[in-house]
Design a protein around this ligand. Structure first.
Ligand SMILES: [Zn+2]
Length: 251
């Protein structure tokens, strides 16, 4: 693993923003999670205290050795770690690249849940239509089948004017996952919920998203007053399913 990946893994476990950059926020979260004794105010001295705690050379520099030792120390705690193989694919997934995505690449930090207010097939053609200027990374059918329209590192056009944790324009860092139809008027099927988990959980593992699911959100939440997808019942259903699968996989 590269240092960036090691730091992402640590950030996912300690509940820091997962951006692969070691800074004061990540240091603070590590100190809290590991119970490190530290009254240091500078990053360098916080890092030295972490290094003392995990038993590596104390130089105030958060490199691969320190990262490895921190991961080992975190594994000694009873923290949730997720096994990628806990999730197996049951539903069909096809890849149909959309013309509606930006050239510039993104690093996904989480997911925005949407509904697309129409039939599944209507949604697929709309996303493949260059005139729509709309896309999701993934659209899920009522039977659980999925179409993926953009790879995770491509910027899809799903949320428009939006804000998450103080950062505007969530298309720059969150994946768009949509259900067909209107979740304010119908309940999600079990297949839709399972399929969404199948899409989201391996990515949570791969990118080290927080296991408290704090970076799984809804269009309603990131564009308040402007959007009402998904319905709170749909959100609740997805979050409950994700939480229960995470618990199972950490046993
Ligand atoms: Zn939406």
């Amino acid at each position: 693993m590269t240092l960036d990946e090691l730091i992402r893994e640590i950030q996912g476990v300690v509940g820091a923003n997962v951006d692969g950059q070691y800074g004061p926020q990540t240091a603070g979260c590590i100190i809290k999670k590991l119970g490190v004794k530290s009254s240091a105010t500078t990053l360098k001295y916080k890092t030295r205290n972490i290094q003392k705690h995990v038993g590596v050379w104390v130089d105030g520099d958060f490199g691969p050795k320190t990262s490895g030792a921190v991961i080992a120390a975190l594994k000694g705690l009873d923290v949730t770690t997720v096994k990628p193989d806990a999730v197996t694919t049951h539903y069909n997934e096809s890849y149909q690249p959309t013309p509606n995505m930006s050239v510039r690449k993104i690093k996904p930090l989480g997911v925005v849940l949407h509904h697309s207010d129409g039939s599944f097939n209507g949604g697929v053609s709309w996303i493949l239509n260059p005139d729509s200027n709309v896309s999701y990374h993934c659209l899920i059918d009522t039977n659980g089948d999925r179409v993926v329209f953009a790879k995770d590192d491509r910027r899809a056009w799903h949320a428009g004017k939006s804000k998450f944790k103080g950062k505007i324009g969530v298309n720059d860092f969150l994946l768009g996952v949509s259900f067909s139809g209107n979740t304010n008027h119908r309940e999600l099927t079990d297949a839709e919920v399972e399929s969404a988990c199948e899409f989201i959980l391996p990515r949570l593992v791969k990118y080290g998203w927080p296991t408290d699911l704090s970076t799984i959100t809804t269009h309603r939440a990131v564009s308040p007053g402007r959007k009402n997808d998904v319905d709170s019942r749909a959100e609740e259903k997805i979050m409950t399913a994700l939480r229960s699968k995470l618990q199972k996989s950490s046993r």
